[in-house]
Design a protein around this ligand. Structure first.
Ligand code: AMP
Ligand code: ZN
Length: 138
């Protein structure tokens, strides 16, 4: 647990929260500034600043948990869709530097704004990049 990290304190029960799920590795809470009704956050109990610091072991459990909790929220809230959002770095919108996955239920006509303007792909650049990345990722 990192001393000055609010999500470490919430995940490990030092600070209270609206908890909807807890196990040895995670606490799932309701977001304090929800984008929509039911907006939840998956918090690992182990501190990791972002996805790239998260252990593979914990990371592998995040999506199955999002699926389980998300399915229950879909059922209970009768929402029309759901976004999973996970921000890494200030530029990407991260404001709390302890890994978390947002589960955002979506409703027809809601005000959540999770979108971008599609750009034009630079085919040459993409081809070169794809080749290079393929060699590195395994
Ligand atoms: P991000 O911008 O991806 O880092 O998301 C941080 C999220 O944490 C925001 O949606 C905040 O509303 C939420 N948040 C910050 N502090 C708390 C807190 N004490 N309890 C619950 N959610 C929080
Ligand atoms: Zn932390």
């Amino acid at each position: 647990m990192k001393e000055d990290c609010i999500f470490c304190k919430i995940a490990n029960g030092v600070f209270g929260s609206y908890t909807l799920y807890e196990d040895n590795d995670f606490r799932v809470i309701f977001d304090i500034g929800p984008a929509t009704v039911g907006h939840a956050l998956i918090l690992p109990k182990q501190h990791a600043k972002n996805l790239f610091e998260l252990s593979d072991e914990v990371a592998a459990k995040v999506l199955p948990l999002a699926k389980r909790v998300g399915a229950v929220l879909m059922e209970e809230l009768h929402c029309d869709g759901m976004n999973l959002v996970q921000n890494n770095g200030e530029t990407a919108g991260q404001t709390v530097f302890h890994f978390h996955m947002h589960i955002i239920p979506r409703y027809e006509g809601d005000r959540a704004n999770i979108t971008w303007t599609p750009g034009e792909p630079d085919k040459e650049k993409l081809e070169a990049l794809a080749k290079k990345i393929q060699e590195i990722v395994q």
